[in-house]
Write a protein that binds this ligand. Sequence first.
Ligand code: EPZ
Length: 428
Amino acid sequence: MPLEKLVITGGVPLKGVVRISGSKNACLPILAATLLTPELCVIRNVPDLADVRTMCALLKWLGVQVRHDRPGCVIETRAEKPVGVAPYDLVRKMRASVCLLGPLLARLHNCKVSMPGGCVIGNRPIDQHIKGLTRLGANVEVESGYVHAHCDELVGTDVFMGGRFGSTVLGTANVLMAAVLAKGTTIIESAACEPEIEDLAVFLNKMGAKIRGAGSPTLEIEGVKELHGADHVVIADRIEAGTFMVAAALTGGNIEIQGACAAHLGAVRDKLEEAGATVQRNNGTIRVTGGSLHKPLELTTMPYPGFPTDMQAQMCALMSITPGISVVTEKIYPNRFMHLSEMARLGADVALESNTAIIKGVNHLSGAPVMASDLRASAGLVLAGLAAEGETDIKRIYHLDRGYEHIDTKLRELGASVERLEDDDNNG
Ligand code: EPZ
């Protein structure tokens, strides 16, 4: 397929209404969890994204019947006789494939999932996943590029999931999905509290699991013998919603965001208000009005409910045109700053000291060709392009398409000048 780019002519205050899609990061482990039962599962509000297509391809490879009804965003799965090997060719496309490990192990007691490998946002080890599954009684070896996990049975116990950078989201998902079919009770301490984990637990409970404490750092799971099919509506994507909130703030626009859960966005709301934007919650919608951005920010990324690392690049775009000196410390992925050098091409005044970015707000950004390096970096560049004067070409937007459903259409509906074009520059 030819590469595509986005061409953005910035400087338009975005106005109107945007509806938020289902959450990518909730949907991926939930799709993996359908491996836990031979019965029909129906997953609704599934976003149309490259990562979702990769997860469906993986499930099909594993022998799951997958029916994808695009207009209704519904995926139906039936994992009657899954096989236990997830190959490198599919796994390498998406790191989230690692969350097949827990459900495959629980269902088959023997599985091999390719090691997900490195990632441009930094080193992403899976030692905590392995530690957690081992605590449940699995033997886990890494051999020939595969994680091989096997056991006679999984037995509930206490598992601590906190690491150097806080709790692990997909690690918690893996241990949770393994523990639901383990013998006895598992207590996961320092579990990830992200809404996506809570949504996974809600889905698992609909399947017949017995999980208490979802959304808190302590999960108690009473293992059951088997799970049944379930029907579930995936929560809204809080990162997509946060991205549109920043879009309203940094273009001086006025956007009503529909379908998002405001309670999931407290940290983002707080920082936008601090910078000078107005955020109102009315009857299930969030309205963000740009006004004048006047205050630089100090921002540190943290596990939920702290400020999400997945919103850091977007906030860097905002800070690049907010007067004063802003300071951003990245505590989850210390090297997740690939967007800064591209933002500098648009005129942003940025410096990096270890895992801290120092951003001096400039009067204006000016459009230029830039290169997307990863999903959220791309979103940061789109926002910077929307604020910049003139034309910004963003290359390699396949990164963006992994996590934002129809972003160019949604932006156009808000008045932005955004075109998706084939990129005939082979170096781009
Ligand atoms: C999830 O990744 C998300 N992905 C990421 O979103 C998100 O950035 C991240 O959580 C943090 O919020 C999905 O949900 C599919 P972690 P995950 O394990 O679970 C370290 C996006 O843009 N760590 O919570 O893989 C790790 O290196 C993506 O949508 C270990 O040290 O992240 C990091 O520093 C990118 N050992 C920290 O923990 C481990 O075994 C948190 O990572 C696991 C993680």
